[in-house]
Ligand binder design. Structure first.
Ligand SMILES: [Zn+2]
Length: 271
């Protein structure tokens, strides 16, 4: 065998071994990278980042779940209003859902809270123990919804108003109140009780709601509340832009509009 042949064979052997080692190294690295990629969603995204986008969506998804449960308007049977906005004086109001059927006018507030919620009908604030271990206090939603129900009651004079706070995640067994309902029981609750309205009365109340529908988006509604509050803070009449002046009433002082009698806006306090 010539020296040249030996050199060629040795070179070929080295190249083959090199290629084999390179292939093994490549495979090992690739497998390691794949394992890391599989682990990363669990390991790298902190809890709060996982939960925040969900929390942002939760409200909307909750309302959609309730909307789906209620169903649509069926003339003569039930009339449904979702994200209903209307003005009571200068203030706009937004109500998640109103259902008019033969059992009454249901004013629904949707709550999409996870974890555990505790409180009573009378408490100002409820305790919300979140799934991430944090605790927050929230305004008693029964009281919040009672205000909505009262305003709707004024709009629909004489209507039997039934306020309900719907817990989309059904996590309200520790709250003892007939003004609370888990989503799983909403359908039954909407179809329960005596017949209080005939089809003509239902249609009449639905017509009033339609006529007063302000068709505001949530952003427009919130902007209106901010505008009214800013006006009051600056002594400006939120109804006409006039000046608010302190007047003497029979029993108490109050703020009235400088454009009275053209504008009859009054307010007890400006804060
Ligand atoms: Zn005014």
């Amino acid at each position: 065998m010539s020296i040249l042949k030996i050199i060629l064979i040795v070179t070929a052997a080295i190249l083959c071994a090199g290629a084999l080692i390179a292939t093994i190294v490549y495979c090992v690295l690739r497998s390691a990278r794949k394992n890391r990629a599989n682990e990363s969603p669990k390991r790298n995204i902190p809890d709060e980042r996982k939960e925040n986008p969900a929390a942002n969506l939760a409200g909307k998804e909750g309302e959609q779940a309730v909307q789906w449960c209620i169903g649509k308007t069926v003339v003569g049977k039930q009339y449904v209003f979702n994200n209903y906005t209307f003005f009571a004086g200068v203030y706009s109001n937004e109500i998640d859902h109103i259902v008019v059927n033969k059992h009454g006018v249901f004013v629904l507030e949707t709550k999409t809270l996870g974890g555990t919620v505790t409180g009573t009908e009378e408490d100002e604030f409820w305790q919300h123990d979140k799934t991430n271990g944090q605790t927050e206090m929230l305004t008693n939603p029964i009281k919040q919804n009672a205000t909505h129900a009262e305003i709707v009651g004024k709009l629909l004079d004489g209507a039997p108003i039934i306020p309900l706070v719907v817990f989309v995640k059904n996590n309200c067994p520790q709250i003892n109140s007939d003004k609370i309902v888990p989503l799983s029981d909403l359908s039954r609750k909407l179809n329960y009780g005596n017949d209080l309205l005939d089809s003509a009365q239902m249609a009449q109340f639905a017509k009033i709601l339609e006529e007063n529908d302000a068709h505001l988006t949530t952003e427009q509604h919130l902007a209106n509340i901010r505008r009214v509050n800013d006006c009051l803070k600056n002594g400006i009449c939120p109804a006409c832009g006039g000046k608010l002046v302190l007047r003497q009433g029979k029993t108490d002082d109050y703020y009235g509009c400088s454009n009275y009698p053209k504008c009859t806006f009054t307010r007890k306090n400006l804060d």
